[in-house]
Design a protein around this ligand. Sequence first.
Ligand code: ZN
Length: 445
Amino acid sequence: MQRLDNPKLEKRLETIALEALSSDKIHDNVRDFISQKISNKTFTVLPGLVDVHVHLREPGFFYKGSIRSETAAAARGGYTTVCSMPNLNPVPDNLRNLAIQYAIIDRDKYINVIPFGSMTIGENGKELSDMKTMSPFVAGFSDDGKGIQNADIMRQAMEKARSLNKVISAHCEFDSLLNGGYINEGKYSKDHGHKGISNESEWREIERDLLIAEETKAPYHVCHISTKESLELIRKGKEKGINVTCETAPHYLLMDDSMLEENGRFKMNPPLRNSSDREALLNGIIDGSIDMIATDHAPHSIEEKSRGLRDSLNGVVGLETAFPLLYTNLVKTGKITLQHLINLMSINPSKRFDIAQRDCVCIYDLNDSYTINSNDFLSKGKSTPFEGWKVYGKCIATICNGKLVYIDNDLKEELIKKEQEINSKQFIITKEENPKCKILSTYLT
Ligand SMILES: [Zn+2]
């Protein structure tokens, strides 16, 4: 089995895990079982994962997802810090609205949540938000969900971001190039009578922004790149010394539009592109041109995703499946190392967005294989293009800020078996909250 490159780091992570497990609130058998599996290397302790692009839906869209449900989902995926996008109601475009969001986060979070502030008021693309006062409390600034159509607004935002030393995280999309499209423009859209979105709608805006980033020297990050042209522009930008980074998402690396079905669970924006885009992005991961992998986790109600490819809302969930999918398809296949995947999913995003994680780890059983079943998700969103995929890697437990916040429930069954074998006293981990897995809310701060 693959291990991390740095034995010292590995040791430190294991110590964090063992210390958290030694809390007297945890039953001896649970602690002993997990600790033993860590010691004999059956379980792997990894740095807590970091996702810089998620939609947690609160405040404003509780029916789609909540801080409680979506951070529980994140913990189940091994995440310990997520950065939430500002397409909320109210939009965090000033300190007051941001405080409303923080009140819910502080009350309900299972893991660390750092919100993005919006770049413009109400994400309207016309007038800058109160970036300066929000700056100390946000991961960066974004109008995710929409491209900034006006170059002058982007220039103002980048100048401000540069002065505040904050990253602009840009969803790049020119409305004028969409032509009413809602899936990728290509063979599938033509064969099935759908309107297609061109690659150009994405890369044209990146091309424009790179020039502005070069002029202003602002820290510029491109969200969810999906096209080969986008990657090529970013590569060239980096060669020129522009302060640019980018992310892509698991679905753009593992799927393309030849795999589309007439089902809303395949609908997201940007759309699944063609196989040459997918291959280019994979090469961008391998050669390091792509800095990080984010999920763009975007829960919606069942009804909102049940209207087929044309009319379903954009967005799929990803927090509970990203690591197992990428471990199975990139690491186990030998395309990248486990360390490289951890760089993409924890180390690099932390560095770029100045995220300090302390005592944050996840414990994975990398040999455990299972089939992705959205009924098991803790997320309110159940829509995933990866339904039914077989993966390796199950998150056994997640420790955030030194505290155990998640433990897998199948483990309990195994422990009960063990308990019967040794015929000692009965034990209970916590009361049942979910038949498949549970969150240890008693360990919340
Ligand atoms: Zn976006």
